[in-house]
Design a binder for this molecule. Structure first.
Ligand SMILES: Cc1cc2nc3c(=O)[nH]c(=O)nc-3n(C[C@H](O)[C@H](O)[C@H](O)COP(=O)(O)OP(=O)(O)OC[C@H]3O[C@@H](n4cnc5c(N)ncnc54)[C@H](O)[C@@H]3O)c2cc1C
Length: 463
């Protein structure tokens, strides 16, 4: 199980500077956000900082305390520069996880050399943090920015009529807004309401991920685990049908994710997707992995099993009126193997907030809200679609069975990771280029979603 909120040193201390709340008198649009997960909270904070009135409805009684290591990717870090207070707060809950080392699962000799070890000369900024910290930071930012967050409100129905969409909760309250933003996650009920004629249920997979952690101070007593504890390193261990990712987490923990790509037939969609794992079965399933893996598994007391699923392919992320949009996992739930799910949600949030600068309630003093949401979906969806595909493809590549394909993959990793990273200065970004090319890498990392959103709106508003 990942760290709980209460375990963080200084968890009671606010991470956000005082005096950030905006006056409700500035409010331009009335926006309802469904879901106080990380993407809903990021959206709420961003919209509020743009001067809109924002109410978040969350069915849980409090923010979700579970989760594990998370990376916020460079393009999302760049987008977060537009959210006042975010950079400092995320920096304070991030670790320096440093250079990546890839290993084979085979244990030919103790402390065998890695397949490849990254030399750290890249300069992009990432926040190597964890989900409970992300929830905490974004909750504090949303509150400090003046968003209203109502817990214990489960949205039950939505009406997409005219210029004022409305919704109601199981608690019997009704809300109307200029815009409804649904960040209600992979099992989004909004998605089903918006597209009743299509099967938009999430697609459960055979893959399960086991999330574990243990105090580094305890692991340091065991020499067999030394390779994973070397300062400034993180690790990937590749085996048939399975792989492992390990890195330090905030709070002095080593977080290790065990990915079993072919674990079992998935259960029905509605069961609980993260449950306590059977440690004995986990040890057996990874018993052919190297000494460091087996030693780590001796130390853990518990693990959480996450049943994996992806979101259904959608034609659009907006309702017929253009005044209800999906974002985050509700729009593009993907496997975590490109480490892009949350990062794309952050890009969704910051771009939508910026593009709504061009909107007015009636369209008479700016463009109409549906014009903005159309341009926003056109901007965002093609990018998120690529990461959805890439995350599935990475899982396949990292879990190849032993044989010629696996040998070719190991050779490719050696070549890619051991040579100096490409200099992306002066490279033109190109989302259609080969995914190993500098042009594509540039598009992944240096993309500026807020600037792209501004460009899209300038084009739309100039005719
Ligand atoms: C193991 C793992 C590792 C990952 N690693 C990374 C990574 O390194 N980098 C990265 O960018 N991403 C990563 N991700 C993906 C990332 O965690 C998700 O994309 C992100 O958490 C999605 O956030 P969200 O707010 O869209 O959805 P959620 O977190 O699912 O939040 C949805 C919220 O909506 C609420 N809700 C649902 N229905 C209703 C309703 N009817 N009424 C009111 N409220 C409702 C829910 O209670 C919940 O609070 C990882 C995911 C996993 C599983």
């Amino acid at each position: 199980m990942g760290p709980s909120r209460a375990k963080f040193p200084g968890a009671q201390r606010s991470l956000i500077p005082k005096g950030m709340a905006l006056s409700a008198a500035n409010s331009r649009l009335k926006v309802i956000v469904i879901g106080a997960g990380p993407v809903g909270l990021c959206t709420a904070a961003a919209l509020r900082q743009e001067g809109h009135s924002v109410t978040v409805l969350e069915r849980r009684r409090d923010t979700q305390p579970h989760g594990h290591a998370l990376v916020i990717q460079p393009a999302a870090v760049r987008a977060l520069q537009h959210l006042k207070g975010a950079d400092k707060a995320f920096s304070s809950v991030s670790v320096d996880a440093g250079a990546l080392r890839w290993w084979s699962y085979r244990d030919t000799k103790p402390f065998a050399a890695p397949l490849a070890a990254e030399t750290l000369s890249r300069t992009e900024r990432r926040f190597q943090t964890d989900r409970p910290s992300v929830q905490r930071v974004l909750n504090e930012l949303a509150v400090a920015s003046g968003a209203e967050i109502l817990f214990g409100r489960a949205v039950q129905g939505i009406q997409d009529l005219g210029v004022k969409p409305s919704l109601w909760t199981t608690q019997g309250e009704k809300f109307t807004a200029d815009l409804i933003v649904a960040a209600d996650g992979i099992k989004s009920a909004t998605r089903k309401i918006l597209f009743p004629a299509r099967d938009v249920d999430p697609i459960p997979l055979r893959e399960s991920i086991f999330l574990t952690s243990a105090p580094i101070s305890q692991l340091a007593q065991d020499a067999r685990i030394r390779p994973w504890l070397e300062s400034g390193t993180k690790h990937g261990i590749l085996g048939p049908d399975r792989f492992i990712l390990s890195r330090p987490m905030y709070g002095g923990l080593l977080g290790v994710q065990f990915i079993d790509v072919d674990h079992a037939d998935p259960g029905p969609v509605d069961v609980n997707w993260n449950t306590p794992a059977d440690i004995g079965l986990l040890r057996t399933r990874f018993s052919d992995f190297n000494m460091t893996t087996r030693a780590f598994l001796e130390h853990i007391q518990h693990a959480e099993k996450w049943q994996m699923a992806t979101g259904a392919e959608l034609g659009t992320w907006r309702s017929a009126s253009g005044r209800i949009v999906l974002l985050g996992d509700a729009a593009h739930a993907m496997l975590p193997h490109a480490a892009q799910g949350l990062s794309q949600g952050i890009e969704d949030a910051l771009s939508l907030a910026r593009m709504l600068r061009w909107a007015s309630k009636s369209g008479d003093n700016g463009v109409d809200i549906p014009v903005v949401t159309k341009a926003w979906v056109n901007l965002r969806k093609p990018r998120a679609d690529i990461f959805m595909k890439q995350s599935t493809s990475n899982a396949n590549i990292w879990s190849l069975p032993d044989g010629p394909e696996q040998e070719a993959r190991d050779e490719m990793i050696r070549r890619m990771i051991t040579r100096p990273p490409p200099d992306l200065n002066g490279v033109e970004m190109d989302m259609t280029a080969d995914q190993k090319s500098p042009q594509f890498l540039k598009w992944v990392r240096d993309y500026d979603v807020v600037l792209e959103g501004e460009r899209a709106m300038e084009k739309v508003s100039s005719g």
